[in-house]
Design a protein around this ligand. Sequence first.
Ligand code: UDP
Length: 338
Amino acid sequence: MAPSISLSRPPFSSFNSISSSPSLSFLNKPSTTTVNIYHNHAAGFQTAYRPLLVSCCSNNGAPSLDPINFRQQQVSSMPRPPLGVTMNDNSSSMQKPSYKWRRVLLKVSGEALAGDQLQNIDPKVTMAIAREVASVTRLGIEVAIVVGGGNIFRGASWAGSSGLERSSADYIGMLATVMNAIFLQATMESIGIPTRVQTAFRMSEVAEPYIRRRAIRHLEKGRVVIFAAGTGNPFFTTDTAAALRSAEINAEVVLKATNVDGVYDDDPKRNPNARLLDTLTYQDVTSKELSVMDMTAITLCQENNIPVVVFNLNKPGNISKAIRGESVGTFIGRSAQT
Ligand code: UDP
């Protein structure tokens, strides 16, 4: 029997009432030697931004030998500030710690957005994500998000029912990710985070089309970019979209937010003695067929040397911890991580 679908819950007609974002044209000022990021001072979105000056201190130009920076140097086409930011809020300057990542790609599955599963999307979950993302964008960390759609529709589960071909089913699944993206964007903007949705296939009345260099520009301006519609191709997943977009925009890590604490050596639901693994190599994941992400996604990360952190989205503070590069969940990389 085909799985049931509950497109009518919650009232998705509410999508109709999501207004477009307030004008952000004043944010489009060219930056000179400083980078403008925008700090929401709690009041209204339209009035509350003021620029923070972020000047970047370098490690004296010394080339870094760590593999992530090496990858950056190889593939980056856009000049990027070095690690470590000094935030200068008007007159008073204060030294901030260096964060591990400057640009991250957060993958949020549809299942995670559904929260307690009573409805397709739990607004408490989208708000929790928005708040944590806001806390790190203020630090100058650039955040891109890929959203899944499994809370609404999974192509593979529906393929074959009533003559629905897999490709068509997958396109419906990709449309589901756009619904989630628009919802998440609305939540983000409701607390003052400038956000853009880019879709892998054109839906120009709803969102921008995916344009790599434009996405990077948004990130550099302190906007959160939500990538929707997966890769734009059937037979793929949004995990693969996360790996792909991450490689394209030179994100330093894929942060995979899930409903579990990380990767276990056995199914924790069946085996109470299952152990949470702190660190794994790509090789471990593929050879042991650990269900972290699909093989295409993990292979793409491996080939491009993009680490993956799998962590629990439901624990308060975890998203911001993961984005700041603090130890959380399971780290997957080329070699064991310290
Ligand atoms: N999908 C697709 N191509 C992609 C990404 C997604 O066809 O590049 C479809 C596929 O049907 C999938 C659905 O979109 O089942 C929702 O994505 P996914 O299952 O990855 O979402 P998640 O599990 O992260 O919620």
